[in-house]
Design a protein. Structure first.
Length: 256
């Protein structure tokens, strides 16, 4: 079932999200034969028809060999064009007037964590997630499923060198914040407001590389339960603290 030009995603929400926000990515929609059509499946069929996308009723078990794990298809699979990565230079050219915020992933290879981080970043209004060509997770069906469609609402930046990209970000007035268990400051003790910043998160196993840590303007830690959090949960904690500070300051300014 593998195709070099198309990937497969599954699940009602991910398929519906792409149909609503980026239907040009979809080549074909596959619906499980004799599946009970609930409102979500009916909506998928309606959107596919509106966008003149082929719908095929088949036994979805034929796709089992394509996936490493045995997922719950929820009655629907779509063949989609791969997500288009953006280069950092292009991302910076599109810089808007207000401050930009991105997440940099150093060695995060688990698709569940990657998808959850994309979902958190998009929900919090971050502008991008950066990954390296090496030691990173590809965007596959699991990533798209876990992101719940958020991958269609945020830039995914791919680079051949995180170190060189961080150097470029710093030249473009970005502050680099890295997580480190031995850091002096807790994550809530620094000011995330009124600046462009890149939050660097490392893999659960080896963390952030020393060369990247040395480039950080700030290093922060979570409190004593840090080791009990996976990288996606730890990312969410810091991201929402940053957004809390930014929103609080914005509301304070608006009252004056």
């Amino acid at each position: 079932m593998k195709n070099d030009e198309f990937n497969y995603i599954y699940g009602k929400n991910p398929v519906c999200e792409i149909l609503m926000n980026n239907p040009k990515r979809i080549n074909k929609v596959y619906i499980q034969k004799n599946y009970s059509y609930d409102n979500r499946i009916k909506k998928i069929i309606e959107l596919a028809n509106q966008n003149k996308i082929i719908i095929q009723n088949i036994d979805l078990k034929k796709f089992n060999d394509y996936f490493e794990e045995k997922p719950n298809f929820q009655g629907v699979i779509a063949s989609v064009a791969p997500v288009e990565y953006i280069e950092l230079e292009e991302f910076l050219e599109n810089k808007k007037d207000d401050f930009k915020r991105i997440i940099i992933l150093d060695g995060v290879s688990d698709p569940h964590n990657f998808g959850a981080i994309i979902r958190t970043a998009a929900a919090a209004g971050f502008d991008g997630v950066m990954v390296s060509n090496h030691r990173s997770c590809p965007i596959n069906a699991t990533v798209e499923k876990i992101s719940s469609g958020a991958i269609n609402h945020i830039s995914i930046i791919k680079t051949t060198s995180l170190n060189a990209s961080i150097d470029l970000l710093k030249k473009q007035d970005f502050w680099v914040i890295a997580t480190q268990m031995e850091a002096k400051d807790n994550y809530y003790e620094i000011d995330y407001t009124d600046m462009n910043f890149a939050l660097v998160m490392g893999s659960e196993g080896s963390g952030i590389s020393k060369t990247i840590l040395n480039k950080a303007d700030f290093t922060v830690k979570l409190e004593s339960n840090f080791e009990s959090l996976n990288v996606s949960a730890a990312t969410a904690v810091i991201v929402y603290e940053a957004i809390r500070q930014i929103k609080t300051k914005s509301c304070t300014k608006s009252r004056k």
